[in-house]
Write a protein that binds this ligand. Structure first.
Ligand code: THU
Length: 123
């Protein structure tokens, strides 16, 4: 799937976001290298810091089906990923990250383009 196709899918998924505190609905759709698709949304909580971003929901769904870093090809997000999610995108070794810019255009990056000199736990 193209980055734009994933973003359009994420925009549909965002309707399921649980965001009663911010009212900011986010969706993320990822495709695995073997063509499985996982959609995620942000899920907020009354204890605000406990909420989870859409990107991490989608990755957690894939992880809980047994997928591992290197198995995920691309992700589309309805908006630019936050700093914490950029660390997750690095960890999971996506090949491509696409998102909708505020001007409506599609941005396409590698995880390294979004997080230069990405950090890994030393061996
Ligand atoms: N949010 C995401 O889901 N992904 C991001 O990368 C940025 C922020 C969510 C978290 C929170 O539920 C809402 O947007 C407002 O911060």
């Amino acid at each position: 799937m193209t980055g734009e196709e994933l973003v359009i899918r994420a925009e549909a998924a965002a309707a399921n976001a649980y965001a009663p505190y911010s009212n900011y609905l986010v969706g993320a759709s990822l495709v695995t290298k073997d063509a499985r698709i996982y959609d995620g949304v942000n899920v907020e909580n009354a204890a605000y810091p406990l909420g989870i971003c859409a990107e991490r929901t989608a990755i957690a769904k894939a992880a809980s089906e047994g997928l591992r870093p290197g198995d995920l090809e691309a992700i589309g997000i309805t908006a630019s990923p936050c700093g914490g999610c950029r660390q997750w995108l690095h960890e999971w070794r996506f090949e491509r990250v696409a998102f909708r810019r505020e001007d409506g255009s599609i941005a396409e990056y590698t995880p390294a383009g979004l997080l230069p000199d990405g950090w890994d736990l030393p061996a």
